[in-house]
Design a protein around this ligand. Structure first.
Ligand SMILES: Cc1cc2nc3c(=O)[nH]c(=O)nc-3n(C[C@H](O)[C@H](O)[C@H](O)COP(=O)(O)OP(=O)(O)OC[C@H]3O[C@@H](n4cnc5c(N)ncnc54)[C@H](O)[C@@H]3O)c2cc1C
Length: 386
């Protein structure tokens, strides 16, 4: 069986690694960026304990490698911007092991290394054709502008992220749902004087700062605020003075943590990466099961619980196990779609406080049994067998 994977991101790399050496399966990964170019390098992310459980059960070598280049995510604290504490959660109350805090460049480096020999770089999927045997033939644009065809594939897997070209070609462009939220990210280096370490959130009304240390004496900072009207990010919001006003408490002085972040946001304003929060309908396969979608290509979701890359990890390792056992795209859908729907619904429900619910009442609810039970399901319900 010839399997072509489009994109050596999170899901694509893990799927490829899990299939390497599987009898009767020939796997090739096609990646648009050049070898060693980890394009998203520069920011950080947190991976949920469920990503680590999925790796521990299905790819222990990658579990160890990720632990080695990351910091543990042990606690989750929430405060108001003036420092009033709202939540202090020990992750082991709801999980079997901590999550991780990591730099994007390190995540990609660690996941891509084992599949380097099976990856064709500088191959950007552009079009889709069919051969006489009814197999899909991907057409790639090369860096010199030429087109390349690598033959027909029994299965093409879209691991090509939230703007998946494979999904657009095989099933049409998904219509994204805008949540009316701007989220921006910044990686601050040389952070010796940072007054916090593990995963924290700070609220002023619905405006939220989220930050944590990552390896290499750096701190990841993400700001979230609501946008109205036509939902594009207005120019006036992309100004330091506006951002300072958003997170300055009406009730008093910002806490030392918020003061530190506001100063760094101002100092590194030009390095900020701005985005709008959106999600797309789940789609697992198309073209009669010949095209399979994983990670953001299948299920772009709101980043509130840090589950985008985490679910891409679950997708990658569990899909490898299913395909190795002789399963098909429909078997992947049966296992993954209910789980992903649960995670998306929970992420959406947990977004209440950035969408306008009072942060004090909304956060207190997150410390109560119904939400903690849902988090326990999120962080532990990863199957050992498929
Ligand atoms: C602001 C923000 C913060 C986030 N924070 C977190 C977090 O803390 N925790 C978390 O778990 N998730 C987080 N996410 C989500 C996370 O970034 C994604 O869910 C995750 O990267 C999806 O992985 P993937 O494997 O589907 O795709 P990606 O990792 O995006 O990989 C896609 C790959 O496909 C390649 N590619 C794309 N198009 C083509 C093409 N046409 N041909 C060939 N190759 C192609 C790309 O170069 C890339 O290598 C965040 C997202 C945002 C926007």
């Amino acid at each position: 069986m010839r399997i072509g994977i489009i994109g050596s991101g999170v899901a694509g790399s893990l799927l490829a690694e899990g299939l390497l050496g599987a009898p009767g399966q020939e796997v090739t990964v096609f990646e648009r960026v050049a070898e060693g170019e980890h394009a998203e390098a520069g920011t950080g992310l947190n991976l949920g304990p469920n990503a680590l459980k999925a790796l521990r059960l299905h790819n222990p070598a990658r579990h160890a490698a990720l632990r080695a280049v990351s910091l543990p995510w042990n606690r989750w604290t929430v405060e108001l911007a003036d420092g009033t504490p709202l939540l202090d959660l020990d992750m082991l109350e709801v999980a079997e092991e901590p999550g991780v805090r990591i730099r994007w460049s390190e995540l990609y480096r660690v996941l891509r290394a084992p599949v380097a020999g099976a990856t064709r770089h500088g191959h950007a999927l552009e079009a889709l054709e069919e051969d006489t045997a009814g197999r899909l033939v991907p057409v790639f644009r090369r860096p010199d502008g030429s087109l390349a065809r690598e033959g027909g594939f029994d299965l093409l897997v879209g691991g090509d992220g939230r703007y998946s070209r494979l999904r657009a070609l095989a099933a049409g462009e998904p219509v994204p749902e805008q949540l009316g939220l701007c989220i921006y990210r910044l990686l601050v280096s040389e952070a010796d004087d940072c007054p916090f370490d593990d995963y924290g959130q700070w609220f002023e009304g619905a405006n939220r700062l989220l930050a944590f240390r990552v390896p290499g004496n750096a701190v990841y900072v993400a700001g979230t605020f609501r946008i109205f009207g036509d939902t594009s990010i207005p120019d006036y919001a992309r100004r330091p003075v506006y951002q300072r006003a958003l997170f300055t408490p009406s009730s008093g002085q910002p806490s030392p943590a918020v003061t530190w972040m506001l100063e760094r946001i101002e100092r590194h304003f030009d390095d900020i990466h701005w985005a709008r929060t959106q999600q797309a309908p789940i789609l697992r396969h198309a073209a009669g099961g010949r095209a399979l979608f994983l990670g953001d290509a299948a299920q772009a979701m709101v980043p509130t619980l840090g589950q985008g890359a985490t679910q891409a990890i679950e997708d990658g390792v569990l899909t490898a196990a299913i395909l190795r056992a002789g399963g098909d795209a429909e078997a992947v859908a049966r296992l993954r779609d209910p789980r992903v729907a649960f995670v998306r619904d929970l992420s959406r429900a947990a977004s209440d406080t950035i969408l306008g619910t009072d942060p004090v009442a909304g956060t207190r609810k997150k410390g109560e049994p119904p939400f903690l039970d849902a988090l326990r399901r999120l962080y532990t319900e990863v199957p050992e067998r498929v």
